[in-house]
Design a protein around this ligand. Sequence first.
Ligand code: CA
Length: 241
Amino acid sequence: MSVLREPAVLVVEDEPQLRALLRAALPLHGYRLHETGRGLEAISLVERAPPDVVLLDLGLPDLDGLEVTKRLRLFASMPIIVLSARGRESAKVEVLDAGADDYLTKPFGMSELLARMRVALRRVLAAPTDEPMLEVGALRIDFGTREVWVNGALLRARLTPTEFELLTCLARHEGELLTHRRLLEAVWGPDRVEDTHSLRVFMAQLRRKLEPDPHRPVLLRTEPGVGYRLTAGPAPDRSLG
Ligand code: CA
């Protein structure tokens, strides 16, 4: 995928008003727009020319967005951001576990949507690395020494291997929503995907070690009932140090 051309976005949405809004706004922000109101057509459009990112409504007239996600994931890997009016947590979890990358509940602001799209595309464009160091915003992780810095300050509390794994997994997907199941599978393995209790306990420990105020986390965000998202913020100003 070339970084030089404008990213292509496929909008799969049957609401005319939202379609019109996206059609007006997205090209202004540098996206090439393709659109359809039907799930089956979305699948054949992706088969013919995979876009860089898909915006997918859950409630479509012919095929549910969850089913569209499952079928797309059989052959395509571009990020899928789900747009839905449904507030049910289980619907979010289901579609994220089926392979969607993020979830926005309607009504949402255009700046929020653009931010989520940037995060999703950055993941696609980022080259896989096996660097000794990972730096995202205010967070820096050294894989050799297993030391962690927040805002330029070395953490005094050492992380246990599991805490370190969990933090690394979240940091590698900075800004992305990771479901409980996805985190449990990545850190604890496929046999432990139901063990949300362990995950909660380890997240609490990580917050105690990393967050200035563990009860008001700014780095490790909770998406209630769904999962977690690491928001690393801006890098520290090095000119001062
Ligand atoms: Ca709809």
